[in-house]
Design a protein around this ligand. Structure first.
Ligand code: CAP
Ligand code: MG
Length: 428
């Protein structure tokens, strides 16, 4: 069989600043060496197929991707920029994250990270507000922002949902957030939720004299999402939430344009990510997902907690946080450096099984430039959501003033009752 995979491996190649680089973790199938696997991946994701073809031209050879670094199972592949259509994220991903995942020659293929040349990033907007813009909007510089999802996650009526929002807002929470699977169901129709929630939001703002936000989930078919974003704008909203992975990258790109015109920010929920990020041998890392989301332009994105209810290892969460916050992302294995240039930073959201007693440990791990989201950790408070919201803010205040939660609890009943219920974890 006329095979030419070895021509896609070139240890002497040194990438140009215009090359897009993908860091793969490859596990070859039995009978294949890592070089053979790397060559096949570089071939299939650029110009090749399973055999040599007679239609090949010298000018097309210039478009061949090159596996130029192989270290254990980690393989770096450089892609010439001409392979990609500017401003077309689905096309870029159909190339570098397309057929390769099913190749018989590899038992496992995982995209660990992507290095984006500035010429490609130039085609994407990046966040409209990002971390600094959201901080400005909510007039909070020094502490984490707080968010809460009313629970049960489905079933509350629009009135009950907005009422919960009101309790959370007056209790000190900044952001009411919809759950990922709440869109427009019979028990809680979107239009009705908009009407009730922004009415309560305005009331809470008046009473607290603080800026309050609502991460309302507009996730739907794309045209419907556009309609919903317009409805949010008319009602006085500033942010929409999108389940970025279930709607897909094309829809997110469309929504980023729509939100530019409407002047809305995007909160990105990552429901579905673990289907392909959790298996460390196959799929795509959350770090790579966060790259795509930042480039297209979400303003905040879930990163995990390390200590909460969902799988999120410490190294991964820290790398994600850094990649979203920093302009110059410094790689820690397995990752690639990234110069984000003019692309703004994203507010990382930490969520999933959090409660006030975990706040010291969480802030010890992730710092204060995060959004702390607690659903069950507020709505499960023995004295209700208002007390739960207060307890969350008290936990943050305690950490920022250097006081242990047990000490703070002596003079603050809401945090006392929270830690009686869920305990305290101390960061070591
Ligand atoms: C959290 C949450 C979020 C997860 C998503 C939930 O609720 O609303 O969707 O955090 O995961 O439905 O589980 P709780 P991640 O606060 O009650 O746990 O943030 O890892 O993307
Ligand atoms: Mg949720």
């Amino acid at each position: 069989m006329p095979e030419w995979y070895h021509e896609f491996v070139d240890a002497a190649y040194s990438p140009t600043p215009d090359d897009l680089i993908v860091l793969f973790r490859l596990h070859p199938s039995e009978g294949f060496s890592i070089e053979e696997a790397a060559g096949r991946v570089a071939s299939e994701s650029s110009v090749g197929t399973w055999t040599e073809v007679k239609t090949m031209k010298p000018r097309i050879r210039a478009l061949m991707a090159k596996a130029y670094s192989i270290r254990g199972n980690l393989v770096k592949v450089a892609y010439p920029i001409e392979l990609f259509e500017p401003r077309n994220m689905p096309q870029i991903l159909s190339s570098i994250a397309g057929n390769i995942f099913g190749m018989k020659a590899v038992d496992g293929v995982r995209i660990e990270d992507i290095r984006w040349p500035s010429r490609i990033l130039r085609g994407f907007r990046g966040p409209r507000l990002g971390l600094d813009g959201l901080r400005k909007l909510f007039k909070t510089k020094e502490r984490p922002l707080t968010a809460t999802v009313p629970k049960p996650k489905l079933g509350l009526t629009a009135e009950e949902h907005a009422g919960a929002g009101y309790d959370a807002w007056v209790g000190g929470v900044d952001l009411l957030k919809d759950d990922e699977n709440l869109s427009s169901q019979r028990f809680n129709a979107f239009e009705r939720r908009v009407k009730e929630s922004y009415r309560m939001r305005d009331k809470a703002e008046k009473e607290t004299r603080e800026v309050k936000g609502y991460l309302i989930n507009v996730t739907a078919e794309t045209n419907e999402m556009v309609r919903r974003a317009k409805t949010v704008k008319r009602a006085g909203g500033e942010i929409v939430m999108i389940d970025i992975l279930t709607v897909g990258w094309a829809a997110l790109q469309t929504m980023r344009e729509v939100c530019q015109d409407l002047g809305l920010a995007i909160h990105a929920h990552r429901a579905f990510h673990a289907a392909f990020t959790r298996n460390r041998r196959h799929g795509m890392s959350m770090l790579a997902v966060s790259d795509v989301a930042r480039a297209i332009g979400v303003d905040s994105l879930h990163i995990g907690t390390v200590i909460g209810k969902l799988d999120s290892p410490k190294e991964e969460v820290l790398a994600l946080r850094n990649n979203l916050q920093q302009r110059q992302f410094q790689s820690v294995d397995p990752a690639l450096d990234q110069d984000w240039g003019r692309i703004k930073s994203v507010f990382p959201t930490s969520s999933g099984g959090l409660h006030p007693g975990l706040v010291p440990q969480l802030m010890g791990l992730l710092g204060k430039d995060i959004v702390i989201q607690a659903g069950g950790g507020i709505w499960g408070h023995p004295d209700g959501g208002l007390a739960g919201a207060r307890a969350l803010r008290q936990a943050i205040d305690a950490v920022l003033s250097g006081v242990r939660l047990e000490e703070y609890a002596k003079t603050h009943s809401e945090i006392r009752r929270a830690i009686e219920t869920w305990g305290v974890a101390t960061y070591v």
